[in-house]
Design a binder for this molecule. Sequence first.
Ligand SMILES: O=c1[nH]c(=O)c2[nH]c(=O)[nH]c2[nH]1
Length: 324
Amino acid sequence: MIESPQAPEAAAPSAVLGPNQYGKAETRVVKVTRDGHVHHLKDLSVSVALSGAMDAVHLSGSNATVLTTDATKNTVFAFAKEHGIASAEQFAIHLARHFVTSQPSIHRARIRVEEYTWERIGAPGQRVGVPGERIGAPGERSHSFVRAGRETRTAQITYDGSTWQAITGLKDLVVLNTTDSEFRGYAKDPYTTLPETSDRILATQVNARWRYGWTDDREPAPDWDDAYTRTREHLLDAFAGTYSHSLQQTLYAMGSRVIEQRPETVEIRLSLPNKHHFLVDLAPFGLKNDNEVYYAADRPYGLIEATVLRPGTEPAIPTDLTLL
Ligand SMILES: O=c1[nH]c(=O)c2[nH]c(=O)[nH]c2[nH]1
């Protein structure tokens, strides 16, 4: 007997979709507010996570309910311009409300913000990075900042039984100028696309090592702590006070300041990553970006390195500071 074909039973699902969310993570937005010649800085990393009616996106391939992660990133930049960044919380509230109220498919928005705090670089002789010092105190820098959270101090001492070598340094000292930096007039080849600029953000994470002239322990050694503090101040002051045509020029200004001002130091090597800040194009959203909203790029980065020496001194600090 021929069996009649049976209707197939509905197959039990082999998997089910559980909790899900999506969005753009770690959008680095930098907002400069220019109050006359005094500039204010907000530097955030914003992560957006959205969830709601997203079953079809995962299960059927329909993207009809998906607001793109690219749009969520653009919204961060556009809102920095439109609403400003009063605080991390207030900024996140604006964003979360926007996503949940403007897209029927989005029922929940979680906005995470990391804020990197910056302090003003003090004028020469002033204390540096003291929170609460009045902005606009005589000579205080109006557009130069140092990232809060202290850098790491390094020291290397070498002794071969007769001669001493002392190399002190610092790393991860992050500094930023919101103006007084240009970069133009450079060589052009068929692969050059970088637009020339006469006003850009200049930011770097200072990695420095300096060698003292002291080699003989019958001679008085430098006052290590004072030498460190003063050298750090000179590096900050030269960074803040130099009108920069390139990071190379700023590097030389920093190194030569130390050589000229600190008689105990004979050599300094600086390794300066160029922490690029690109202006965000807000024109597609009908907004003008008047040097206010920047995208802080992570990598790749330019890396500018050089040694500055007291005349007559042979270089002895390794050119690759990671070897130190
Ligand atoms: O200060 C800079 N120096 C460079 O050599 C360089 N190259 C580049 O693309 N941007 C910059 N900026």
